[in-house]
Design a protein around this ligand. Structure first.
Ligand SMILES: C[S@@+](CC[C@H](N)C(=O)[O-])C[C@H]1O[C@@H](n2cnc3c(N)ncnc32)[C@H](O)[C@@H]1O
Length: 245
C-alpha cells in the first residue's frame, strides 16, 4: 500500500500528536465502560506516541497490548517512551488497511479513536474496518470514532470550494474529505495546497452502513456532545462482531 501522507502532513501530525500527555475525558469514560477486563488483549490503531495504550497498561493494568501507527517516527517515539516506562506494549509500524503480520481473531478490544479512521483514504476505509474485523475475536468490542459531518454548519460550503479547487488543479474530486481549517487555533492558510491531507467528515448513516457491511453490530452510539455537554466534532460507535448473539 502506498504511504498516504506528504512530508509536511507527516511533520504536522508528529508536531500535534507525538507530545500528547493525557487522554481526554471521553476516552477515559469509553475505555472504562467498554474495556472492562484487563486480562483481555487490546489493539490500539493509529496509536501516535502511545498515550492510550500507556494509560491502559499503567492505570488499568492491561498486560497484553499491541499498538500500531503508519508513521515510523511515531512508533520510534512510542518505543523510546516504552523503554523509559518499562512497558511491555508491542508497538508496530503498520497500515490500518493492511495489518500484515497481525494474526486473525486475536484481540478482545479494538480501539480506533481520534482521527485514525478519518485519515484513512476513502478507498482504504472499508479494508481498514475489514482488517479490524479480521483481527478481533468473535466477541470483541470495537470503539471507533469519526469526525461528524453535521457538527459544522459550513462543511457543505468547504466541501464545494475544496472540490472546485481540486477540479482546477486537475485532482480527483472527493466528497466530504476536507483539509484541516485550523492548526492549533490558527487559520490554515495552506487549506487549498496539494500538500494537505483531507480528513473524512462522515454522516452517521454512512458509518452505520459501513460498519454493517464490514460485519460489525452496533451496541452504542454517542456524539462528543452527549459525553461532554459541550459542542464537539466527533461521534463514537461501540460495536461487536455481528456473529455474536
Ligand atoms: C489524530 S492522531 C491520534 C494519535 C493517538 N491515537 C492519540 O490519541 O494521541 C491519528 C494517528 O493515526 C495515524 N494513522 C493515520 N492513518 C493511519 C493508517 N492508515 N494506519 C495506521 N495509522 C494511521 C496517524 O499517523 C496518527 O498518528
Amino acid at each position: 500500500m502506498s504511504y498516504p501522507f506528504s512530508k509536511s502532513f507527516e511533520a504536522h501530525t508528529l508536531k500535534n500528536w507525538a507530545g500528547r500527555s493525557k487522554i481526554n475525558n471521553v476516552e477515559r469514560y469509553l475505555l472504562s465502560k467498554y474495556f472492562e477486563d484487563n486480562q483481555a488483549s487490546v489493539l490500539d490503531a493509529g496509536t501516535g506516541a502511545g498515550i492510550l495504550p500507556f494509560h491502559l497498561e499503567q492505570e488499568r493494568g492491561f498486560k497484553n497490548i499491541t499498538a500500531f501507527d503508519i508513521i515510523p517516527q511515531m512508533i520510534e517515539i512510542a518505543k523510546s517512551k516504552a523503554v523509559q516506562k518499562q512497558s511491555n506494549i508491542n508497538f508496530l509500524i503498520s497500515d490500518a488497511s493492511d495489518l500484515k503480520g497481525i494474526e486473525s481473531n486475536q484481540f478482545g478490544y479494538l480501539c480506533y479513536t481520534q482521527q485514525i479512521l478519518s485519515m484513512v483514504p476513502k478507498n482504504r476505509l472499508k479494508p481498514a474496518l475489514q482488517e479490524a474485523h479480521r483481527v478481533g475475536k468473535k466477541d470483541c468490542t470495537l470503539i471507533a470514532s469519526f469526525l461528524d459531518w453535521n457538527s459544522r454548519w459550513y462543511n457543505p460550503i468547504l466541501n464545494f470550494n475544496t472540490n472546485a479547487a481540486r477540479f482546477i488543479q486537475g485532482k480527483p474530486l472527493q466528497n466530504k474529505y476536507l483539509p484541516e481549517v485550523n492548526f492549533n487555533g490558527k487559520l490554515n492558510w495552506k487549506f487549498y495546497s496539494k500538500e494537505q491531507h483531507p480528513l473524512l467528515w462522515a454522516k452517521k448513516s454512512e458509518v452505520i452502513n459501513l460498519l454493517h457491511n464490514c460485519g460489525f453490530k452496533i451496541k452504542s452510539f454517542y456524539t462528543e456532545e452527549d459525553l461532554t455537554n459541550k459542542k464537539g466534532y466527533a461521534f463514537y460507535f461501540v460495536c461487536t462482531k455481528d456473529n455474536v448473539e
